[in-house]
Design a protein around this ligand. Structure first.
Ligand code: PLP
Length: 455
């Protein structure tokens, strides 16, 4: 968050009343401050670094407070509620489960667990045969790390190297954080696992600078690993975040294709972290499908339920069975499996992946309009489906303007649009896939208003 703090002094802002948005109070709402203070008193106070809106309820693509304000949501609660907040199919399934009642069942078998797993495996690519279930994304990442190591150690105990990507993210517990490539966040760990190494991320600008194609860059990165002391035949797995979240930055297709080919030839796994990327977000069921490769394992979370805490590792049967000690107290919880099942039913019946793909054209058109109006302030626009990153620069410069972007996000909130604050100088767009096109356009034009007033 770059040390930026949103303004917590209630101030009069112009009233907003449209079909989709309503701002009728000072912002932040004066009465909300008491609640914010209470949270700060009882919880790690950095939770207060978010936009100062107290969520009362959320439906579809809108967030409501209890003082009559409503926002168009461009966050999907950080890429969770892809099927829409409070999706009726999810609520129906959860209610059925509540009414039984069955509120916990450890890993004892339940009909809802079986129904969810069957649906999940039937809707994902055919080479993903089995899953193990958890609650958070980072737990699923930890599981994938463990399985990758078990896999490598079948050949030799030294085949334990996990190759991550610089700047990638897989979670905040020790193993996931070490596998991730955000090194500043690792200072607390102390002793870093020497068998977790990283290749540079082939950002589009790095590719442009190097003049290399993705394939050549992959081999260069591999060579550099080797020069750094990594024995390539000891690589158990490549862990790939399907795109880097802060800017919707994808890998070059030929880079990943080459990684797939090399890893297959060298008995290493290819693992995609789809925790943020999956479930229709990018106009395909999984974002890695844009690369045209078949991975060995896929890590899921967030929008796998569009609601309650559920995560999973998916893979071939042989891989998922490698660790016979798997348990997770809350993994496969009956309520979350019910939510997961309702979510997948929504994806199937409402064809949400196609919906996401279709709306890509609306976002692209509107963002092109924004760039045309403010060429000195908008750099790259990256993304696919319903996931975009708008790079906001200092005036007529390539340098990202983090402070200005944070203020745009704050101003948009004052106008009834709730956005993600990346703290990196990008506006990251991720509305629920169910958002009507007219609300999508209205929300995107609010950014235009913000630029008009502030650029
Ligand atoms: C790509 C990616 N991996 C892992 C995680 C960690 O998930 P969780 O916060 O559920 O542990 C996130 C969360 O933002 C993520 O975006």
């Amino acid at each position: 968050m770059s040390g930026f703090k949103f303004n917590l002094t209630p101030r009069a802002v112009p009233k907003v009343l449209t079909k989709y948005r309503c701002i009728k109070t000072k912002i932040p709402v004066p009465q909300s401050l008491k609640l914010l203070k209470k949270i700060k008193k009882y919880e790690s106070s950095n939770v207060m670094d978010q936009l100062p809106v107290i969520w009362d309820h959320a439906e579809g693509y809108q967030v409501f407070d209890s003082w009559g304000n409503k926002w168009i949501d461009f966050t999907s609660s950080i890429f969770v509620t892809n099927a829409g907040h409070g999706n009726s199919r999810i609520i129906k399934r959860v209610k059925e489960q509540l009414d039984k009642p069955l509120l916990h069942s450890y890993s004892y078998p339940t009909p809802i667990r079986a129904a969810f797993l069957e649906k999940l495996i039937s809707m994902t690519p055919s080479y993903l045969k089995k899953a193990s279930l958890f609650s958070s994304g980072t737990e699923a990442s930890e599981r994938a790390i463990k399985l990758a190591r078990y896999y490598g150690m079948q050949f030799t105990p030294r085949k334990a190297v996990i190759v991550g990507g610089e700047g990638n993210f897989h979670g905040k517990t020790m193993g996931s954080q070490m596998a991730g490539g955000q090194h500043d966040g690792k200072k607390w760990i102390g002793y870093l696992d020497p068998n977790m190494v990283h290749m540079p991320f082939p950002y589009p600008w790095a590719l442009e600078r190097s003049g290399l194609r993705g394939e050549a860059l992959f081999f260069k990165h591999l060579k550099d690993l080797e020069k750094g002391g990594v024995k390539l035949n000891e690589i158990a797995a490549f862990f790939v975040e399907s795109f880097q979240g802060w800017g919707a930055v994808f890998y070059p297709v030929d880079y990943i294709k080459t990684m797939r080919k090399w890893s297959k030839e060298n008995k290493s796994l290819l693992v995609f972290d789809e925790i943020q990327a999956g479930f229709g977000r990018t106009g395909k069921f999984f974002a890695y499908e844009h690369y045209g490769v078949e991975p060995d394992m896929v890590i899921c979370g967030k929008a796998i339920s569009s609601s309650l805490p559920l995560s999973a590792v998916l893979g071939g049967a042989g891989l998922i069975e490698l660790d016979p000690t798997y348990t997770s107290t809350h993994g496969g919880h009956p309520l979350v499996c019910a939510a997961g099942l309702g979510n997948l039913e929504a994806f199937e019946k409402d064809d949400l992946v196609a919906v996401s793909k279709r709306k890509e054209a609306v976002i692209t058109r509107e963002l092109a309009r924004l760039k045309k109006r403010f060429p000195g302030r908008i750099g790259r626009i990256l993304g696919k489906g319903m996931l975009f990153g708008v790079f906001v620069t200092k005036k007529n410069s390539d340098e990202l303007d983090i402070d200005f972007t944070n203020r745009i996000v704050e101003r948009a909130m004052e106008k009834g649009v709730f956005s993600i604050c990346t703290g990196r100088g990008t506006i990251k767009l991720g509305p629920p896939l169910t958002i009507p096109e007219s609300a999508l356009v209205e929300g995107l034009r609010v950014y235009e208003e913000c630029f008009e007033e502030m650029a």
